[in-house]
Write a protein that binds this ligand. Structure first.
Ligand code: ADP
Length: 313
């Protein structure tokens, strides 16, 4: 273009007009290709969201479900059988047990013995294949799902943390929560101090799956969440992997606060927890083989004793 101008074959004004027009076209054409890219990205995301929306409910609610406000007597499993698929064998077989309200019970058994399945049935993530699970005599299939799940808090060994602020992670799933209550819950869960040490306190973003926090901190956040929820029934899936000893101690203290005054079901991996449980249920291949307190079961000289001696939780 400059050559043409120097050779007087092109008016300078025309040349500048061309350059001006050229630059004006670049941006919109870039937006075109970006828009195409965004549409593709959106379509891929929509596909995933739709798959989730189309997911069928595994459990159905009856037309007029009942509402219960608390479990006053017991949770009972009545001859419960369960299999994940019709074609597969039962993984829970004829489980018949009672969990009295206000007690701490431990479920113990080798990996794959059905501990997680049992608590998932209580949450109604799945429905029993045969038998029934009852809260104070009410079959949980008669209870409103929302109501049933509001009665339970779950603290699992894989802390569920989302990429949001610490505050929103503690209040996750709860609406209209008072800031003071969140702080009180964090204090009770021994999380307040480390939160205050973060640059933006409760407004600190925790990163994808909480990567900016240590394992112990993530666990204390989920414990704070459970304290805030204040559900009468607590399901605790104890971590198998150990944390560093300081975090470990804080997590144990936080759990100590959390279990006070609640009915607690622990999928237990620590001897100290198991020893302190009011009742221990020992599972093997989906069956309940022994029930009792630590001392009783040790005297029984059966599977439980073998477990303890081999430290095989
Ligand atoms: P535990 O918690 O004691 O390790 P689980 O309840 O996870 O035991 O598993 C009990 C049995 O159920 C195992 O044999 C396991 O392979 C099977 N199982 C667990 N989850 C599923 C699933 N989603 N689909 C099919 N089988 C499963």
């Amino acid at each position: 273009g400059s050559n043409l101008v120097f050779r007087s074959e092109l008016e300078p004004g025309t040349f500048f007009a061309f350059i001006f027009a050229f630059f004006n076209v670049i941006e919109p054409s870039k937006s075109f290709s970006k828009a195409y890219y965004d549409i593709q990205k959106g379509l891929a995301a929509a596909e995933r969201v739709n798959a989730l929306l189309d997911e069928e409910d595994r459990v159905a609610e009856i037309p007029e479900p009942i509402i219960i406000s608390a479990v006053q007597e017991c949770i009972s499993f009545e001859h419960v059988f369960f299999r994940y698929n019709e074609q597969e064998p039962f993984v829970v077989k004829d489980i018949d047990l009672k969990i009295p309200a206000g007690k701490v019970v431990a479920i113990v058994g080798a990996s794959g013995s059905g501990k997680t399945t049992l608590v998932d049935l209580l949450n109604r993530f799945y429905d029993v294949s045969e038998g029934a699970i009852c809260l104070d005599g009410h079959d949980i299939r008669q209870v409103s799902l929302k109501n049933l799940r509001s009665l339970m808090a779950i603290v699992s060994q894989e802390p569920f943390v989302v990429n949001d602020t610490i505050f929103n992670n503690i209040t996750f799933g709860l609406a209209g929560v008072d800031r003071q209550d969140v702080i009180a819950a964090a204090k009770a869960a021994y999380a307040h101090d480390f939160i205050m040490q973060c640059e933006q306190g409760y407004e600190t973003k925790v990163g994808d799956q909480g990567t900016r926090l240590s394992g112990g901190q993530r666990q204390r956040l989920t414990i704070a969440r459970a304290i805030l929820k204040d559900a009468p029934l607590l399901i605790l899936d104890e971590a198998t992997s150990s944390l560093d000893s300081e975090s470990e101690q804080l997590v144990q203290q936080a759990i100590g606060t959390l279990i006070e005054g609640r009915t607690v079901i622990v999928i237990a991996h620590r001897l100290s927890t198991i020893q302190h449980a009011d009742i221990i249920f020992v599972l093997k291949d989906g069956q309940l083989i022994e029930t009792g307190e630590h001392g009783e079961l040790m005297n029984l000289d059966g599977e439980y004793r073998k477990f303890v001696e081999l430290q095989a939780f």
